[in-house]
Design a protein around this ligand. Sequence first.
Ligand code: ZN
Length: 87
Amino acid sequence: MTSEPMQVDCKEAAKRLNELIDGELTPEVEETIEHHLKDCARCMAVFEFEEAFCRFVKIKAKRQTAPEGLKERILKELGLSGNSCNE
Ligand SMILES: [Zn+2]
């Protein structure tokens, strides 16, 4: 029945990035998001940033949360406005 590949837009992909990084998605959804990332340089950049950031936070601040606004500030400097990919 579901032979057609699922499509996601940038908004949907952005929403799923954290779940993807945490390995919380089903294999089908994961594949769909990864497919989008390959086609979408902007989402890929956000994903790579999110992944690096999560790793950084986990390593550097095991018992602390990241400073409020730090992520947003870096995203802004990179020219990536977080969740509003296409607007
Ligand atoms: Zn995208």
